[in-house]
Design a binder for this molecule. Structure first.
Ligand code: NAD
Length: 288
């Protein structure tokens, strides 16, 4: 690392709280080193109250940009100069690019999800998806899938605090894209089973299957799945979730955790900052 840093090194940040556990600094710094790029990526503890000063520092210090994560993904929007159309629809930003003092906000979770499927040579364009969850990850996935040409998305959510957001997502997708989105109550199990049976892909973006819910899955019955479909869990710790185990019992060939999405959302941000492709396989082997 020390031989890479000199007077020309360009700084990229990660602004969130808590954030010290993040794998992003290791991912990006190893990718910079591998490609011989003179950048460094550092994590900063930034809460909502420190966010305006932190964002202004991107301009003041002529940083190339930053990632932002919770609790700043929505709060950062009014502090930026421009928004990518997908970030505007999603209502959240995870990547900021600084072009000569003009800060543009992007969100790469949705493009990361779509790229993770492309990496596996799987196509969902023109097909139907059933998606559980409409929080941060679910919104990004639904909007990007709709923008990219997925034909139909059945969104299932609990009638909790996220339900209103799920309603907004469905209205927005129907208004602004050619995709047909519908909202369903996740407690209506027969409806849930039928929509999955009709889909090429089932994606769970709820975090059920991750601590403290690691023994749970929203789909317990393997007969809900077909071997020719895709089952995708956004959770990556544990590597094999309960949902993935049920899908494998059903003989589903294409079963994924959230690792590919996590790597690809980083790779999309890397490309926005540097113009270069992140060496994804190298980083995957290094980290996992
Ligand atoms: P969030 O809090 O914004 O949304 C959570 C969603 O899950 C909501 O729709 C909520 O209604 C639903 N939910 C929560 N508990 C539930 C339960 N018991 N039953 C049914 N539905 C329930 O969270 P988020 O930021 O969208 O993250 C969700 C998951 O996605 C987490 O596991 C997170 O680690 C993962 N994630 C992965 C990536 C990646 O790159 N792989 C990126 C972002 C998020």
């Amino acid at each position: 690392m020390t031989e890479r840093i000199d007077g020309h090194t360009i700084l990229i940040g990660l602004m969130a709280y808590p954030i010290r556990h993040s794998m992003s600094p290791t991912m990006h710094n190893n990718a910079f080193a591998k490609l011989g790029l003179n950048y460094v990526y550092l994590a900063f503890d930034v809460t909502n109250d420190k966010l305006p000063d932190a964002i202004n520092a991107i301009r003041t210090l002529d940083m190339r940009g930053s990632n932002v994560s919770m609790p700043n993904k929505q709060k950062v929007i009014p502090l930026l100069d421009k928004l990518d159309p997908a970030a505007e629809m999603i209502g959240a930003v995870n990547t900021i690019v600084n072009d000569n003092g003009v800060l543009t906000g992007y969100t790469t979770d949705g493009t990361g999800f779509m790229q993770a499927l492309k990496d596996e040579n799987l196509n969902i364009i023109g097909e139907k998806m059933t998606l559980a969850g409409a929080g941060g990850a679910g919104t990004a996935i639904a909007v990007q899938a709709a923008l990219d040409g997925v034909k139909e998305i059945s969104i299932f959510n609990a009638k909790d605090s996220i339900w209103e957001n799920a309603k907004r997502n469905v209205e927005m997708i129907n208004e602004k894209t050619n995709c047909k989105a519908t909202l369903h109550d996740i407690d209506d199990k027969e409806d849930f089973r039928k929509e999955i049976a009709d889909s090429i892909i089932y994606c769970d973006s709820t975090g059920v299957g991750m601590k403290p819910l690691e023994d749970l899955t929203l789909v317990e019955d393997p007969t809900w799945f077909r071997p020719d479909m895709i089952v995708f869990d956004t959770v990556y710790a544990p590597r094999t979730t309960k949902l993935m185990t049920v899908a494998k019992q059903a003989g589903v060939k294409h079963v994924f955790n959230g690792l590919g999405m996590m790597l690809e959302q980083g790779a999309q941000a890397f490309k926005l900052w540097t113009g270069e492709d992140m060496p994804v396989e190298y980083i995957h082997d290094l980290l996992f």
